[in-house]
Design a protein around this ligand. Sequence first.
Ligand code: 6PG
Length: 248
Amino acid sequence: MVQGLEVFPTAAALARGAAERVAVVLDGALQAGGNASLALSGGSTPRSLYELLSEPPCRDRIDWTRLHIFWGDERCVPPESAESNYRMAQQTLLRHVKTPPHHVHRMRGELPPAGAARAYELELRSALGAGPDEIPRLSLVLLGLGEDGHTASLFPNTPVLDERRRLIAEVFVERLAASRITMTFPLLNNARTVMFLVSGGSKAAILRSVLQEHRPALPATGVSPQAGELFWYLDRDAASHLTEREIP
Ligand code: 6PG
């Protein structure tokens, strides 16, 4: 199902390549008319991508006023916390672009997780005009990869991996002793385009396990957009355990 896999020499080149792809995908989605939707990843990898998207030339290739911005997941912390995925995106990208405030859909990490997840699903459905039994089709989802194979906040051995009805769910992660809010597989796998960004030698082993061994116990292996595109954007260090002939 992998539509494309690109390996860049450095993390900086990866960010530039990913920014180009994001601009192409979003511009294409907006050409179709109406609004488009972008789900941002958390963590540290996308920071440099967001900074590139926040300045010319990429910034000016996207009509940010017609984008709805979501998050693939959020830590259960207040928005001003250094842990907040919203805060990172707000600082590196959103304060520099013209997305209207009512198009920025923040997961309420400061609220009790279950209620925040339920509220977010209602907000997502409403923003994208999806009925209670429909699965909205996000234009573009950005994802990272954890060293344990998690993506968004779909962590190994958590019940949220088996969620097939809810689009947004809360999850308590034992290893972190913390709750998270996350998009679930039904929503992620209905996206038009999913892009993984993976950087650094610390991800090389898990990336091989996901991309070449397809270990089902690893949540990232479960991301496979049924009628969409899946891109892996890697730097050379992250790709160092992949063998040429086995790259999908
Ligand atoms: C989060 C992310 C998470 C992240 C991976 C990789 O909230 O942390 O959504 O899934 O993408 O853990 O994180 P790094 O980019 O920091 O390695």
